[in-house]
Design a protein around this ligand. Structure first.
Ligand SMILES: Cc1cc2nc3c(=O)[nH]c(=O)nc-3n(C[C@H](O)[C@H](O)[C@H](O)COP(=O)(O)OP(=O)(O)OC[C@H]3O[C@@H](n4cnc5c(N)ncnc54)[C@H](O)[C@@H]3O)c2cc1C
Length: 415
């Protein structure tokens, strides 16, 4: 009998592990079983990339690693061993899915279908992997190997891959079980919070964002906690009824503390990031001189979309004013509204709406060259379950793939 390998969770990380175990093993030396609680595997995978699946990102690994925040050095060996080019080759040559590159080095399948990606993976592994769906794992015990209790009875494995996800998008199945199992096996879990999530504004700011709902702008977005700027980035954002969303805001959402209350935190938007406050003020003054009979809102629409100009000038209390008689004080208020637009936040971003989870199984307890547990022999922990989250753009699926390779390499004793 071959080595019995149990994979807990048939999401991206679990499915990728089954793929690479098949790809790199000789015929009958392993028995692979995926235990998945949903009736179909890979539910979150089918939602990725707005249903198109942003598989990976073609940046050089030395650049790519910077997208994993505090975990960049931890993940580097995995990315070096199995990087974007390896993922692309695997998809094209083994899964038969040709890929294409889009902006910012993002890689998608040519078919533009995350469901087809999931189906191709399931079809690839099905002859070498038993996929047991509707099988919820309830308890894991380790002694000689692993005893796994499920809604469909007991299973025994020689080694175990814990890949049942994080806490984000729980409707896809990832409801935090990884953490309970890891803790029951002696691991420490760093408290989880949202990453890559939309941000809900407080009631006052919602009145503003709601009026601009659906409007997208490019801005410098900054997070302030107790009046201290803690993070910022330049990119696209969208105003919504509830607050803000879009790449730049989602990117920064992980920096908003999970325990904020009242007016502890805010987001500040610079809607004309290409100019300093002084340059913007001078630019506005020149326009005022050139167009003495024009409404300020009209002049502002030279810098920002017309709907935003309207909202901003109302906020600054200058919406009905014309260039003539526009005072220095009025200009000051306008510069503040355009370059330092404050959006109040009175609650942390929701993990339920987050694309990924920040926090998870502590990296110090995981061997970075194998993703094996330093606490339990034969246990591997990968995917969103561990304390790694990447920026958007294919980084999170690539992390799952690179980690799955290290696990495969260790289990199969590959050189
Ligand atoms: C809307 C959305 C879009 C995204 N788009 C992208 C993208 O384009 N590119 C990218 O790189 N990343 C993207 N991500 C992030 C990416 O999907 C995740 O990083 C990745 O799915 C994590 O894989 P995982 O296997 O760790 O967890 P999951 O994919 O969540 O899989 C965990 C699996 O474990 C199962 N499970 C949980 N508990 C149990 C249990 N007790 N017993 C048995 N099974 C269990 C779950 O049902 C689930 O199938 C996106 C995420 C979301 C939510």
């Amino acid at each position: 009998m071959g080595k019995r390998i149990g994979i807990i969770g048939g999401g991206a990380a679990g499915l990728f592990t089954a793929c690479l175990l098949k790809r790199f093993s000789a015929n009958d030396d392993i028995e692979v079983t995926i235990l998945e609680k949903n009736s179909v595997p890979g539910q979150k995978l089918t939602l990725t990339g707005h249903g198109r699946c942003n598989i990976t990102n073609r940046k050089p690994v030395s650049e790519l690693k910077k997208g994993y925040h505090e975990a960049e050095n931890f993940l580097y060996p995995a990315l070096k061993e199995f990087g974007p080019e390896d993922t692309i080759s695997f998809f094209e040559e083994r899964l038969g899915l040709k890929v294409k590159e889009e902006d910012n080095n993002r890689i998608f399948p040519v078919c533009d279908s995350a469901v087809k990606v999931r189906d191709a993976i399931v079809s690839y592994i099905s002859d070498r992997t038993e996929i047991l769906c509707d099988t919820k794992v309830t308890c894991i015990k380790s002694s000689e190997g692993f005893e796994v209790s499920t809604s469909r009875g007991e299973f025994n494995f020689d080694c175990l891959v814990l890949s049942c996800g994080g806490s984000s998008f729980p409707q896809t199945g990832s409801s935090g079980d990884s953490y309970r199992f890891a803790e029951s096996l002696g691991h420490t879990v760093i408290p989880v919070r949202a990453a890559l999530a939309p941000v809900k504004a407080d009631d006052d700011s919602q009145a503003f964002t709601g009026r601009l709902s659906g409007v997208s702008v490019t801005a410098e977005v900054s997070v302030y906690c107790q009046e201290r700027k803690t993070a910022s980035c330049l990119g696209e954002l969208m105003f919504t009824d509830f607050g803000l969303t879009g790449p730049a805001v989602m990117e920064l959402s992980r920096e908003i503390p999970s325990d904020i209350t009242g007016s502890d935190a805010r987001i500040e938007l610079d809607l004309v990031p290409s100019m300093s406050d002084g340059e913007f003020d001078s630019g506005l003054q020149s326009l005022i001189r050139e167009h003495p009979d024009t409404k300020i809102t009209t002049l502002l629409s030279r810098f920002v979309p017309a709907s935003v100009a309207l909202g901003i000038s109302a906020l600054a209390g200058v919406a009905d004013l014309y260039s003539q008689g526009f005072t220095k004080e009025n200009r000051k208020k306008t510069v503040k509204a355009v370059k330092h637009l404050k959006i109040g936040i009175d609650q942390a971003p929701s993990i339920g709406k987050a694309y990924v989870t920040r926090g998870g199984v502590m990296l110090k307890e995981i061997e970075r060259k194998t993703f094996g547990s330093k606490i339990v022999q034969g246990l591997y922990i990968i995917g969103e379950a561990v304390d790694i989250d990447g920026v958007s753009g294919g980084y999170n699926l690539q992390a799952c793939m690179s980690e799955a390779y290290l696990v495969t390499k260790d289990i199969l004793n590959l050189k």
